[in-house]
Design a binder for this molecule. Structure first.
Ligand code: FES
Ligand SMILES: [Fe+2]
Length: 425
């Protein structure tokens, strides 16, 4: 890094194992990220269970652009720009719901669930000057994998499955925590922190902070649970770089594939009451499957740029400004018969205990993220280090660059992708 840090091209601010602090503080870099990254790659927009029925919709954003994700009458999923073709009003301000279509509140132009312009009030003024067929809502390419829905403004980028690549195996594994049932969204909450979005991207693949920042959480749970999460000195606990900026951090490797169960691991004592309740209606093998999956899959799968599938929940980030980010934590559980209700109640309690606003985990994380942003205002030329474990990184049998779970392999993967996308005009 040279002395005139503000003259260095953004892509050159990332070397293999360090990035300049300016990456968190420069509004011009943030603007460039919105177009070069968030408008050119696949961005997570929904889980299919959030738009389960024909007519279901969800409003969200791709980068900073507002969109509506819809399911039409034929079950096809669309991502529509939330912007009326008349004079640009937003069509929908509800976070989610059911609709037959969208009518703009300003002059009542109305659109169908797939974005076609259906009606214009007092249409005689438009005779000879506008054709409804040319005035559909702007539509983004939308593709799903394993129930995860992604959208992109990038007309010519690779199909979603190619972008995900080796991540698909891990999505398949993540979805096994339904214990034989599909996964559904149980609830979500949002908060903002005063820091750059990449601070969050790094955190989800940062095993190093866990016993330090989450000491109070470790002290608040039973010994068996605390022991399960004491992966710092476990050589089996590893992080893989999966390509395209994605990575997976395995904190509890024996729970990476929940179908891998030789029956020798006892169910955790804290779930004894739940086991009794479920045993009234389910057979022993079913009970074992759903209870063993109670705390999720034992890994954090970090997908560049905006979603992670973390143990038992989704963490979605939305960049607001160079120094402000919104986070959504989405609790998940099996989508099964009413006999599974006690499972989902308990899963929500576990979620609240760590992720909730009064939980023991996330508020401690948020303090760390705020501090990174405040500290990085000082000496924007000084590097942020992401070099932990570089010398002990090796290829896994699958060929994935791999290091210990406390190493910064996942961050290096994300910054390599960042650099690639930011150097591409
Ligand atoms: S801005 Fe939407 S109908 Fe006029
Ligand atoms: Fe954390």
């Amino acid at each position: 890094m040279n002395e005139n840090i503000m003259d260095v091209a953004p892509a050159d601010l990332v070397s293999g194992d360090r990035v300049a602090g300016r990456l968190y503080t420069d509004p011009a870099i943030f603007e460039l990220e919105m177009t070069r990254i968030f408008e050119r790659t696949w961005v997570w927009v929904a889980h299919e269970s959030e738009i389960a029925k024909p007519g279901s919709f969800k409003s969200t954003r791709v980068g900073r652009q507002p969109v509506i994700v819809t399911r039409d009458r034929r079950n096809a999923i669309h991502t529509l720009l939330n912007r009326c073709r008349h004079r640009g009003a937003s069509l929908c301000e509800k976070p989610q719901g059911q609709a037959n279509g969208f009518t703009c509140p300003y002059h009542a132009w109305s659109y169908s669930l797939d974005g076609k312009l259906r009606g214009i009030p007092y249409p005689d003024g438009y005779e000879g000057v506008a054709d409804k067929r040319d005035l559909s809502l702007k539509k983004l390419r939308t593709e799903s994998y394993g129930g995860m829905v992604f959208a992109t403004f990038g007309e010519n980028i690779e199909p979603l499955e190619d972008f995900l690549g080796d991540v698909r195996l891990w999505i398949d594994r993540f979805m096994k925590q339904g214990g034989g049932y599909p996964i559904k969204v149980l609830g979500k909450h949002r908060f903002r922190f005063k820091g750059n979005w990449k601070i969050q991207l790094e955190n989800t693949t940062d095993g190093y902070h866990f016993p330090i920042v989450h000491r109070s959480w470790m002290a608040s749970v039973d010994a068996e649970t605390a022991d399960m999460m004491s992966f710092m000195t476990d050589p089996e606990a590893i992080t893989h770089d999966l390509g395209h900026g994605h990575s997976v951090m395995q904190m509890v490797p024996e729970h990476s594939d929940l179908d891998d169960d030789d029956g020798s691991e006892p169910l955790q004592a804290r779930f004894a009451g739940l086991v009794d309740e479920l045993s009234k209606t389910l057979d022993a093998a079913q009970v074992r499957k759903v209870v063993r999956a109670m705390h999720g899959t034992g890994f954090n799968l970090n997908l560049f740029p905006n979603v992670s599938m973390s143990i038992a929940f989704f963490r979605v980030l939305r960049p607001i400004a160079v120094d402000e980010t919104e986070i959504e934590h989405i609790a998940l559980g099996p989508d099964g018969p009413p006999e599974l209700d006690p499972v989902n109640r308990e899963r929500l309690r576990i979620h609240e205990h760590f992720q909730g606003p009064f939980g023991f985990g996330t508020p401690d994380d948020a303090e760390g993220w705020d501090r990174v942003q405040r500290g990085a205002q000082g000496a924007p030329e000084m590097p942020i280090m992401v070099n932990r474990g570089l010398a002990r990184e090796k290829a896994s049998p699958e060929g994935w660059p791999t290091s210990h779970v406390t190493d910064e392999t996942g961050m290096r993967a994300a910054y390599q992708q960042w650099k690639r996308m930011m150097s591409d005009d």
